[in-house]
Design a protein around this ligand. Sequence first.
Ligand SMILES: Nc1ncnc2c1ncn2[C@@H]1O[C@H](COP(=O)(O)OP(=O)(O)OP(=O)(O)O)[C@@H](O)[C@H]1O
Length: 233
Amino acid sequence: MAKKSSRPAVLRAERLTVGWDGRPVCGAATFSVPAGRAVALVGPNGSGKSTILRAALGLLEPLSGTVSLLGRPVDEREASFRAQVAAVLDDDAWFPALTVAEHLYLVARGHGVGDADDEVEALLDEFGLTGHANALPNTLSSGQRRRLLLAAGLVRPRSLLVLDEPEQRLDSDMRHRLAERLVAEKDAGGAVLIATHDPEMLATVADAALIVADQTRKVTVDEAVDALRPGVL
Ligand SMILES: Nc1ncnc2c1ncn2[C@@H]1O[C@H](COP(=O)(O)OP(=O)(O)OP(=O)(O)O)[C@@H](O)[C@H]1O
């Protein structure tokens, strides 16, 4: 019989309870994201997905339970933590006087990528931004700004990629290509934690899922895809 392969957890959450003003927004979550795997959080608007992601990124103190990255408690004040974790959240934050390409160079160099030219060029092409390389963010469409945010998350080294509804504002072709890109991320050994409302993204990318609710629970990817159908959650 083939030996079951065990992959080390990049991110692990144990009985993690998150919320605001001391009040939990959802049931406790226990999950781990191994290298080369993706875990998806699904649930209705306001169920707590983004709040769990914030705790996983060390941006919000859990109400109870633990979150660890490569065996150490998450702490976004630690440079070693920030070096391992790339996040694309729903918070556009731009330097208004830096162009699209300059944003990507800034992130790449800030994370120690020495010669970033090829990487930046490839990402501009992949995200359809080559023609906007010298544009300022406030001259982009909302979908183009979203593409820039995603490219900025991918231009730097990482062990874990955390994405909050990355499908937002993307056209269907870009959503499809992003899903393939995330599969490639896993194939290269990366771990992915993603909150999504997109059944295709979920089915293509995720290996395991959690339904975030009053009783947060682990489900199979098929069950999570079913749960995204209208009227189920
Ligand atoms: N900064 C905040 N302060 C107080 N409450 C907040 C804050 N951010 C979110 N909440 C509340 O926490 C709950 C969960 O919000 P969260 O953003 O985690 O939901 P979500 O599952 O990501 O939803 P969506 O699918 O709409 O993105 C909501 O009731 C929301 O009002």
